[in-house]
Design a protein around this ligand. Sequence first.
Ligand SMILES: C[S@@+](CC[C@H](N)C(=O)[O-])C[C@H]1O[C@@H](n2cnc3c(N)ncnc32)[C@H](O)[C@@H]1O
Length: 339
Amino acid sequence: MEEKSKVYAKEISTLIGESWKSMNISAGITAGLFDELSLEKPVSIEDIINKKQYSTEKLELWFNYMTKIGIVKKKDHYFYLTQKGLLFSKNSPFKDLLGLFQITDYFMQSAVNSKENFKTENSQDTLTKGKLSNDYQSKVTDNLSMALVEIFKSNHIGGIDSLLDLGCGNGNLLREIHRSFPFMKLTGVDQNVHAIERGNETNVNQTNKENEIKFINGNVLNDMKLFPDKSQDWVTGINLFHFIKSNTRMEVINNMMRICRKGIFFTETVLEASTMSSSSNPLLTLLWNDFTGFFSKNDSDKINNNLVTNYKDFELETLPIIQGTSNIIILKNKWLKKI
Ligand SMILES: C[S@@+](CC[C@H](N)C(=O)[O-])C[C@H]1O[C@@H](n2cnc3c(N)ncnc32)[C@H](O)[C@@H]1O
């Protein structure tokens, strides 16, 4: 028996070592250590203690380990981020990767409380209502959605176009679009009243004006009659569909198509697309009561084929995003090409 299991022991030891490595990195992100460091500016442990009142011994052990695994480098008694370490800091050029890493914290909480979280309707929180989602959204999903802005920019969006973002959260994506295209008319809909409040507050704080972006507290399943046919140029739904039951996803997409003039963008996280998608799927149900699961490859193919068949005036494009965990589906009116 022992012989038979022996072959797996090495694999499991490696797995444990790698997960502890990622917990050490997560601890550093959460404690704000990466944000104290940079590629060029020398930072000593004393500098961090002065700012954060952390323990010298604990910091030394953490820094030694990070040096060993190539995340920071030490010169004299100063520390710098390596190019790899930069990916964990707020200056990371890959915001989506940082977003994915930040989910680890929430997954750890869900795993620790799994005896409770496995019970029906008893996960850590409810994304569409809960307060925890305030914090999660500004840390995790904002980073994931910011990586998408470049795609919007290169797809004819701009000028005085109108755009409706379904499941907009606290509106960070809309603010990012507003920065690039200040004349676009932007509207966001979200079911979570806390996210909408936060969106309004952030708008006022950041623009110093009354709301530049209109936020509506509503449900994308029941409140779409608020938007007449062809009343918006663009409609987006980013990281929304894994909170919508699979049998109603097509209904939401059809509504997006009804409302748009120029096109729609939405994300599909596909279970089979990566180890991250498949391993986060069960963890997300322990975290959020209202997580409805990622798309199976089969479901995603069905939806995409359906769109191609039913919307002949539109052209469908699929681009991998968020480190290959998801696809962004772009459905653009064919006449846009001719402009
Ligand atoms: C994972 S977050 C994504 C937020 C934002 N789009 C982003 O990418 O940063 C999903 C959002 O969809 C909202 N949502 C989920 N189901 C909804 C529904 N039926 N109606 C309106 N909003 C919904 C949630 O409240 C949450 O803010």
